[in-house]
Design a protein around this ligand. Structure first.
Ligand code: TXE
Length: 477
């Protein structure tokens, strides 16, 4: 078992306090790695390294920074198989999914923001008395904190724009799934990224994470994770006047109207509910189907869920792997109990698979008979559990869609273009997909409203977040 280290100033270092944390493989329940149990001392070292690297990194031309980012992207691509396997061991997700989605997206993040660095520009406001232009400066040292569900994908989604904009970074990956982040440190060093530009500190949220949030030199925090954690981070960071980007939970509705392309709606709704074991903030976990097609849809949906293969994440045909931890599976099981208490009927799933005694597996579960306002239908479960219920008309569908405190994404299934526009504008969420799910153009603003977060990632939004605008005003004669 190889102990992983922090990556600070181009060196691989243990925690100053010498502490280590066990990392458990969810599909086998075995401890397979240890990471530094870092604290404020390690964060201070990393921040110092980032501070020292900042003048030369921010002084490079955009093209030079872009070159560095492309080299990192190339290296990630060349390590596809290895990284996908590490991601699968760490999270329990099917290795095929990591190979198809997580790792390609990590390299795409670097490639995309390499181009963004080259193309980023700012405004000029030209008047008769004066000329104003906006100079966008990098912030300095920034902190990136990422969760366990899409470890490398989400970590690089933050690191890449931060570096592209000329900042240096201290990153704190999830302590539950640290392996690909640890490997990223090696990849960046081997790809020639200058020392101290990216620093990766492992450890617990309440120790290393909190030390990063409260470090006075760190100018901004970009965070993805649970809503309660986002609130705790905002409470600490706001009085320090740090810039904050918070991408939090979701409880996303899928609205299926009777005129939808039936087969596509069924197929994609299954994917939306159960991809990555339902552990994606964008998963469609509440399905509302127009009454006329409810029974037919329910039958087709449940039939497709019943044939999903739950099991060994390294087998090619596995659809659903293990949940990330015992604790998380318990949370999911508690919600299924709650659903039953709230009057729900399990149509399929609702238990640990009989054949999988080891590993944190759980059957894909479909529940009907709940009202739209109950706890099961309004709180984030973040697992392979979906509810399905009928609606009568458009007004009711929109009302149900908007019942939760979350507002990240929604999907609308209809062939009626007017309705698609009308309904999407009435849904309170940061993203609305029409007749699709999780199609992503990295230029679009990504993020949620209400308790799903503050700020937007993606494209220019990310480049703006990681820069400070300065207005320069010149008097004209
Ligand atoms: O995430 P946390 P958890 C949801 C999901 C899940 C719940 C909790 O419902 O059940 O959140 O998951 C770091 N200061 N999502 O507990 O705690 C932590 O170390 C600074 C949705 O695993 O939010 C990790 O790196 N940092 C979500 C990161 O924050 C702190 C994805 C996320 O951990 C910290 C994951 C603190 N005080 C869970 N406390 C999504 N939106 O995709 C923790 N951290």
């Amino acid at each position: 078992m190889k102990d992983r280290k922090n990556y600070i100033g181009g060196k691989f270092l243990p925690a100053v306090n010498g502490g280590l944390l066990d990392v458990v493989a969810p599909a086998t329940e075995k401890v397979y790695a240890r990471i530094p149990d870092s604290d404020d001392q390690d964060i201070a070292l990393a921040v110092k390294a980032a501070e020292e690297a900042f003048p030369s990194w921010s002084g490079l031309s955009a093209e030079q920074r872009a070159d560095h980012l492309r080299k990192v992207a190339d290296s990630i691509e060349s390590c596809l198989d290895e990284l996908a396997e590490l991601e699968s061991i760490d999270t329990g997700k099917p290795v095929s999914l990591a190979k198809r989605v997580d790792i390609p997206r990590a390299s795409a993040n670097f490639r995309f923001f390499a181009s963004a660095a080259e193309q980023f520009s700012s405004e000029a406001h030209i008047g008769s008395a004066m000329l104003n232009y906006t100079h966008r400066h990098p912030l300095g040292v920034v902190g990136c904190i990422s969760p366990w569900n899409l470890p490398l994908y989400l970590l690089t989604w933050k690191i890449a724009p931060a570096l592209a904009a000329g900042n240096t970074v201290v990153a704190k990956p999830s302590e539950v799934t640290p392996l690909t982040a640890a490997r990223l440190g090696e990849i960046c060093r081997d790809a020639g990224l200058p020392d101290g530009v990216l620093n990766i500190v492992h450890g617990r949220g309440t120790k290393a994470g909190q030390a990063l949030v409260t470090n006075a030199t760190v100018k901004a925090i970009s965070f993805t994770g649970g809503t309660a954690t986002g609130r705790a981070i905002a409470t600490l960071a706001a009085p320090m006047f740090k810039k904050l980007s918070l991408e939090l939970g979701g409880k996303n509705p899928s609205l299926v109207f009777a005129d939808a392309n039936f087969d596509e709606a069924v197929e994609t709704s299954v994917r939306a509910a159960f991809t990555n074991q339902g552990e994606i903030c964008l998963c469609g976990s509440r399905i509302f189907v127009q009454g006329d097609i409810y029974d037919e849809f329910k039958k087709a949906f449940v039939n497709k869920v019943k044939v999903l293969k739950v099991g060994n994440p390294s087998e090619k045909d596995t659809d659903i792997g293990a949940l990330v931890s015992e604790e998380h599976r318990q949370k999911v099981m508690n919600y299924v109990d709650l659903a039953i208490n709230e009057g729900g009927r399990i149509l399929t799933g609702g238990k640990v698979p009989d054949q999988l005694a080891r590993g944190y597996f759980y059957e894909p579960t479909v529940i009907e008979g709940l009202d739209a306002f109950c706890r099961t239908n309004t709180e984030e479960i973040f697992g392979p559990v979906v509810t399905i219920q009928p609606f009568f008309d458009e007004d009711e569908a929109v009302r149900y869609a908007n019942t939760t405190e979350y507002g990240l994404s929604a999907t609308v299934w209809t062939r009626d273009l007017d309705r698609a526009h009308r309904v999407s504008s009435r849904i309170k969420s940061g993203i609305v997909w029409i007749n699709c799910w999780m199609m992503r153009d990295l230029r679009t603003p990504f993020g949620g409203v209400k308790n799903s977060g503050v700020g937007r990632e993606g494209g220019w939004e990310a480049m703006r977040f990681f820069t400070e605008p300065q207005n320069v005003c010149i008097k004209r004669n």
